[in-house]
Design a protein around this ligand. Structure first.
Ligand SMILES: NC(=O)C1=CN([C@@H]2O[C@H](COP(=O)(O)OP(=O)(O)OC[C@H]3O[C@@H](n4cnc5c(N)ncnc54)[C@H](OP(=O)(O)O)[C@@H]3O)[C@@H](O)[C@H]2O)C=CC1
Ligand SMILES: O=C(O)[C@@H]1CCC=N1
Length: 355
C-alpha cells in the first residue's frame, strides 16, 4: 500500500512521470518497435493517470466493454439501457422483429437488426435475452454465421438453464455464462426501477465470472454463484415467490369481486395486509410471521371458509385446501399448534380436497 503523503508516495509519482517522459522520447524504429513504443507510452501514461486519480481520492474511470443485445424484450431492453447509462457502449440491438430492436436501438442511437451476428461480431459482451426455449437455437445460429469471436463473453439471462445453453459460443473461442436477475420484469420501465438492489445468480465459465460480477455491481445489484444443476429448483422457488404471489393476489381480488368490489378496490384494501405480512416476514422469518386460523388451530373457522367456497367453484376450493395443508406444516414449525391439532386441520382440508 502507498503511504499517504509519505516519501514512498512522492517517489512513486516521480518514477511514473520519468517513465512516461522516457517512453515518449523513444525514437520510432522498425514497425514492431513503433508499436511497442506506442503501447509502453499508453501504459505508462495510463499508470500515471490512475495513480494521480487515486491520489486525488477519485474513482479511476475504467473502460467498459462494448455490448450487443439479442432479444429486445423486457430484460434485453432494460439491460441495454441501464448498462449504457453506466458507460457500456452498445454495438447494436437484434431481435426477431425490427420493431422491437428499433425501439431500444433508437433510444441509444445504435444499429437495429433482425440478424444477430451483425451486431454480436463487433461486441465484447453479448447478452442473449430471448425466451428460454430459443436461447440455444439463437446461439447456434449466431455461431454458424460467424457472430462470436475469441475472448468474447456470451451471457443468457435465464434462471432455469445453465450456461451451456449458449455453449455454441465456445466453438468460436468465446466464454459462456448465465446471469439471472432475481427480479420480475413486468415492463421495461418497471424493470429499470426494480433492478438496483436485486440479487443476480451467476454461473458458467470461470474466466467469465469476474466480468459478470462487475456487470452486476454496475447495475447496482448483488451477485451470488450457483451450480448449474441447482438452477431449475432455484428458479422454481423464484417463480413461487414472484409469479405465484401474483396468482394469489389475482385469486384473492377475484373473490372480493363476488361481493361488488372492483379488482382495483380489492387490491387497495388487501395491499396494506400484504405489505404488513412481507414486513413481518422480513423481521421474524416466514414461520414466525404466520397468523390466522391455521396458526390458531381454529378448525370451525376453516370449515366455514370451505362452505363458502362451494359457491365459488371446486378448482378454487381445492387450491385453498392445498395451500391450507401446506400452511398446517408451517404452523407446526411455528409451534402454535401441536401434532393432534394439526391432524384435525388436515382432516378438514384433506377431507375437502377429496370430497
Ligand atoms: N421477465 C422477467 O421477469 C425475467 C426474465 N428473465 C429471462 O430473460 C429472458 C428474456 O425474458 P423477457 O425479457 O421477459 O422476455 P420477452 O418475451 O419480454 O422478450 C424476449 C424477446 O426475445 C425476442 N425473440 C424471440 N425469439 C427470438 C429469436 N429467435 N431471435 C431473436 N430474438 C427473439 C422477442 O422478439 P420480438 O419482440 O422482436 O418478437 C422478444 O422481444 C428469458 O431467458 C427469461 O427467462 C430473467 C429474469 C426475469
Ligand atoms: O422470469 C423470471 O426468471 C423471474 C424470476 C421469477 C419470476 N420471474
Amino acid at each position: 500500500m502507498i503511504e499517504q503523503g509519505g516519501i514512498l508516495e512522492s517517489r512513486t509519482c516521480e518514477v511514473l512521470i520519468e517513465l512516461n517522459k522516457f517512453v515518449n522520447r523513444l525514437e520510432p524504429g522498425r514497425t514492431e518497435t513503433e508499436v511497442l513504443n506506442k503501447r509502453l507510452s499508453d501504459y505508462s501514461g495510463r499508470l500515471l493517470f490512475i495513480w494521480l486519480t487515486i491520489k486525488r481520492g477519485e474513482a479511476v474511470p475504467v473502460r467498459k466493454p462494448k455490448i450487443a443485445v439479442v432479444g429486445a424484450g423486457k430484460v434485453g431492453s432494460a439491460l441495454a439501457l441501464l448498462l449504457n447509462q453506466q458507460g457500456y457502449p452498445v454495438n447494436g440491438v437484434a431481435s426477431r422483429s425490427i420493431t422491437s430492436a428499433s425501439r431500444v436501438a433508437e433510444q441509444l442511437n445504435v444499429p437495429a437488426t433482425t440478424k444477430p451476428a451483425e451486431v454480436t461480431a463487433g461486441a465484447e459482451v453479448v447478452f442473449i435475452t430471448t425466451p428460454d426455449r430459443v436461447i440455444a437455437q439463437v446461439a447456434a445460429e449466431i455461431e454458424e454465421r460467424g457472430g462470436f469471436k475469441p475472448n468474447q463473453v456470451v451471457f443468457h439471462t435465464s434462471g432455469a438453464h445453465a450456461a451451456d445453453e449458449v455453449g455454441a459460443a465456445r466453438r468460436s473461442g468465446a466464454l459462456a455464462a448465465s446471469l439471472h436477475p432475481l427480479q420480475s420484469f413486468a415492463d421495461v420501465k418497471m424493470a429499470m426501477e426494480n433492478l438496483p438492489g436485486s440479487y443476480f445468480a451467476l454461473e458458467g465459465d470461470q474466466e467469465a465470472l469476474p466480468l459478470a460480477e462487475q456487470i452486476v455491481k454496475d447495475l447496482g445489484g448483488k451477485s451470488f454463484f450457483i451450480a448449474a444443476k441447482d438452477k431449475p429448483l432455484y428458479h422454481a422457488a423464484a417463480c413461487i415467490a414472484s409469479n405465484y404471489l401474483v396468482s394469489l393476489m389475482h385469486f384473492a381480488t377475484g373473490l372480493y369481486s363476488r361481493f361488488g368490489l372492483t379488482r382495483e378496490e380489492a387490491f387497495a384494501a388487501l395491499y396494506p395486509l400484504v405489505r404488513g405480512t412481507i414486513n413481518n416476514i422480513s423481521q421474524v422469518g416466514p414461520a414466525s410471521a404466520l397468523t390466522g386460523p391455521v396458526a390458531r388451530g381454529d378448525g370451525p373457522t376453516l370449515a366455514g371458509h370451505l362452505e363458502a367456497f362451494k359457491e365459488v367453484g371446486e378448482e378454487e376450493r381445492d387450491l385453498y385446501c392445498k395451500l391450507g395443508l401446506y400452511t398446517v406444516k408451517v404452523a407446526v414449525e411455528k409451534g402454535t399448534i401441536n401434532a393432534e391439532e394439526a391432524k384435525k386441520l388436515e382432516g378438514i382440508f384433506g377431507g375437502a380436497v377429496n370430497e
